[in-house]
Ligand binder design. Sequence first.
Ligand code: PDD
Length: 287
Amino acid sequence: MSEIAYVNGRYVLTSDAMVNIEDRGYQFSDGVYEVIAVANHSLVDLDPHLERLDRSLSNLNIEWPCSERVLRIILAQLLKRNRLKDGIVYLQVTRGVAPRNHAFPTAIIPSSLVISVSRAGRPSRDKFIEGVKVVTTPENRWGRPDIKSVSLLPNVLAKQFAVHNGAFETWFVDDHGAVTEGSSTNAWIVLSGQEIVTRPLGNDILAGITRMKLIELARAGNMRITERPFSLDEAMNAEEAFITSTTAFVMPVVEIDENVVGTGKPGPVTQNLLALYEDHFSQGDEK
Ligand code: PDD
């Protein structure tokens, strides 16, 4: 069954949806995106996703394709038209359509808005029960991974490196030997004394919405979170490790570059955080 997508003002069958070949997103990756989860007919954490979209757009001087109020209406319409109960929404805004030229178009053109939905489920239960493997690669992305740009080639290659090595994710490691983040997830470790460590926000990582929510939930539950860079060495010797994202939730990591983490099984802190997050997730927040 083909889903319904939204493309520049029209609701169309995803199989029939088309974009102009001179869209700057297609030619230059000149655009940004968001991936928002849907749980029980509700968009999860829509407000922070729209705030991050606004930051990405303004960092690149791309105009909003419509007002935020209208965007919320379109999203609600799309969920309704697709009768989407659980899944994800992919939203992409590009600088628009113009004759190919690296510099921004001089004429005022509307930015392009494309939104599609997917019913793809979350990772299988056994991954949460058994945990997953992570491999590593030197950080090789541009200096602004905090902007959620559709220019994802290094991330694509890093994820393929994971697949090639039988792993779930690849962590990027910076020049100081510290882990920045995964190809599509934020990275975390748990040290003795149940201290939960994740890299602080900056230009070098994406401000994950799952990361932000988990910090809120963990602090509300009196758990100890430290936002500081951690080295690959520390991660390998940590008691627990995990990754977070809209699609991976709180996924336990039990092996890093073939080194077993902790007991080799998902640890109690990670399991506790997963339960906290699942509880938050299932409530959704927008009707
Ligand atoms: N990826 N870091 C990177 C590089 C990401 O691409 C993502 C999200 C995250 C986690 O962000 P969030 O918690 O807001 O999902 C961190 C999305 C899911 C994707 O590209 O499919």
